[in-house]
Design a protein around this ligand. Structure first.
Ligand SMILES: Cc1cc2nc3c(=O)[nH]c(=O)nc-3n(C[C@H](O)[C@H](O)[C@H](O)COP(=O)(O)O)c2cc1C
Length: 235
């Protein structure tokens, strides 16, 4: 099997990329350095629950676009992230702060796509998600570290129409403020992103519509990230 280099991605659509690179699953043939990384951040305070499950589906779909994609799921559950620090309010003496450990994982130039997943809480994102996004202000100035990275959003609610789309839009606003290239999901239902229902019997993996939108989002983020990883991309 031919090794896949970044050059293979240049100027190609996702279909062309797959055709050049070979079938999905051949990821061990690609040199790790050439890979484009997509990171998903689960902003549920509950580790390994619906939001993390939906994001893993999203990442798996992203990975299927090309062997040139690698993925990472980061769960914020259990991490201490105090949003007030973004406004210059100091931590209490001895207060734990886990946000700085995330910074290099987000700034890494290999990371070309970031997918934010949040539970829907009263028609909006979780407080953990808001605190995380506010703390990301350190990635804005002076380096604009998230600028031109591709972004997508998955929202998981306990009811079918529990405010997932409003939640996605709310998260997207801060991603636009970071100069990210915000994309939604693609056909057959081209809209805002992954809209997932956890309250369905059997959980999110039984939510056919939610899975369709979430997989389409993963593929879209991966496709655009690959296209932008070629030479000539904006600095
Ligand atoms: C404080 C709170 C508010 C919630 N508000 C909504 C809501 O407005 N709409 C909705 O569909 N589900 C709502 N839910 C349900 C969660 O979105 C749902 O259980 C989700 O799957 C949680 O994600 P997780 O399993 O990853 O923790 C709420 C849950 C909590 C705890």
């Amino acid at each position: 099997m031919k090794n896949v280099t970044r050059r293979d991605f240049v100027g190609g659509s996702a279909a062309a990329i797959v055709a050049v690179a070979g079938p999905a699953g051949a990821s061990d043939t690609a040199a790790s350095n050439d890979k484009v990384r997509i990171v998903a951040i689960s902003c549920s305070p509950r580790k390994g629950k619906s939001t993390a499950t939906a994001l893993q589906v999203c990442l798996d779909a992203a990975k299927e676009v090309s062997p040139g994609i690698e993925t990472e799921l980061i769960e914020l559950a259990g991490l201490r992230i105090n949003g007030n620090v973004a406004a210059g309010v100091p931590l209490e003496p001895g207060e734990r702060d886990d946000f700085p450990s995330l910074v290099p994982r987000l700034k890494d130039p290999k990371v070309r796509g970031i997918i934010i997943g949040t539970p829907v809480y009263f028609g909006n994102m979780s407080s953990l998600c808001k605190a995380f996004l506010e703390r990301c202000i350190v990635l804005y100035q002076p380096d604009y570290a998230l600028s031109n990275k591709v972004a997508g959003v998955v929202a998981v609610g306990g009811t079918r129409n529990g405010g997932q789309e409003a939640t996605i839009q709310s998260v997207q606003m801060s991603l636009f403020c970071q100069e990210m290239v915000v994309v939604g999901n693609t056909r057959p239902s081209s809209r805002l992103g992954g809209v997932v229902w956890s309250g369905i019997e059997g959980g999110v993996l039984k939510d056919e519509f939610g899975l369709t939108t979430t997989k389409a989002l993963g593929r879209h983020v991966a496709t655009v990230a690959l296209q932008m990883a070629g030479p000539g991309r904006p600095a």
